[in-house]
Ligand binder design. Structure first.
Ligand SMILES: [Zn+2]
Length: 312
């Protein structure tokens, strides 16, 4: 994983991101630096530690909530151990540039950018970062969602469902529900408007039992093609088959990571052989195929179904 993504992930996990900046009083300039050296050192540690726990960037209000005194904040600026990037927003010198950029505009990572940072199932990274800000004004190089901050997981999922192509919104929402970050009934309540019927329809297609992003992508494409798809079908001797199409054709979607040990490789071969013995023709698909050649994937499934139907 890219270091920047890890920083974002840490930020989302540990803290309320930035609140809208609060005006910062300048009266405290002198206080921290005039104290004893030890005391000053302790104050420095406090603000740098607090910012580090926030992923490198934080607002006055979030720092105050973390127990950092105004005096310590100002001392950190004086000492250059932290930088004031906007009125009421502070950053460590090595903070992730995107977070600093967002902080300068009183914004936070949102939508697909935040979903990626949170480790949800993201089909592809966005061309431009997606941010959220209460002011909703354009931010250079970014897509901006007008929203109250900090964001919850529910906010991030709703933004993704509204903003992204249906499949990309679905994978994010499904992984959030699967991980228990968002409750399905709560998610359904977020789209009462008639004009959001399509989004609600997408929410109705969430299956928390989905085993992976590849499985969700394959299922979505096949359902869109009008096929009946069952998930995690129990097959004696195999365990659970990822997908069963029209009650006839199996689809296995395990990713490259499943084959990193010899034991996993052997188990995979064993499962494959049992499906053949039991007469369940099974296709194996990769993430790359579903992403780059979705039409070819669906065509292949139709052809396989036609072949095995005619043989029955
Ligand atoms: Zn977006």
């Amino acid at each position: 994983m890219k270091p920047g993504v890890e920083v974002l992930r840490q930020c989302l996990r540990t803290v309320p991101p930035l609140h809208c900046a609060h005006a910062f009083s300048t009266y405290a300039l002198l206080a921290a630096v005039s104290d004893s050296r030890n005391r000053q050192h302790a104050l420095m540690r406090t603000i740098t530690d607090a910012l580090a726990a926030m992923g490198g960037v934080g607002s006055t209000s979030s720092l105050r909530q973390a127990g950092v005194s105004r005096r310590s904040i100002e001392a950190g600026v004086q000492d250059s151990s932290v930088q004031r990037v906007a009125r009421g927003v502070y950053a460590l010198p090595d903070a992730e540039p995107l977070l600093v950029h967002a902080g300068r505009h009183y914004a936070v990572p949102a939508c697909v950018t935040a979903a990626q940072a949170a480790g949800l199932w993201v089909v592809k990274g966005p061309g431009r970062p997606h941010l959220a800000a209460g002011h909703g004004r354009p931010i250079d190089g970014c897509v901006v969602h007008r929203s109250n901050v900090p964001l919850t997981h529910l906010d991030i999922v709703c933004q993704s469902l509204r903003c992204l192509p249906p499949l990309e919104g679905l994978t994010i929402a499904e992984s959030a529900v699967k991980r228990g970050l968002v409750q399905l009934p709560t998610l359904r309540e977020q789209f009462p408007a008639v004009r959001e019927k399509a989004v609600l329809g997408l929410v109705a297609r969430i299956r928390p039992q989905s085993g992976s992003i590849i499985e969700t992508m394959a299922r979505y494409l096949l359902e869109e093609a009008g096929l009946t798809v069952e998930l995690q079908v129990k097959i004696p001797g195999v365990g659970h088959l990822d997908l069963l199409v029209d009650g006839l054709l199996g689809i296995e979607t395990d990713g490259y990571a499943h084959h990193r040990s010899r034991a996993a490789y052997r188990e995979d071969r064993r499962r494959w052989n049992v499906t053949v013995v039991r007469g369940i023709p099974t296709l194996r698909v990769t993430f790359e195929m579903l992403l780059s050649e979705p039409t070819e994937f669906v065509r292949m499934v139709h052809r396989a179904l036609a072949t095995y139907r005619s043989a029955q």
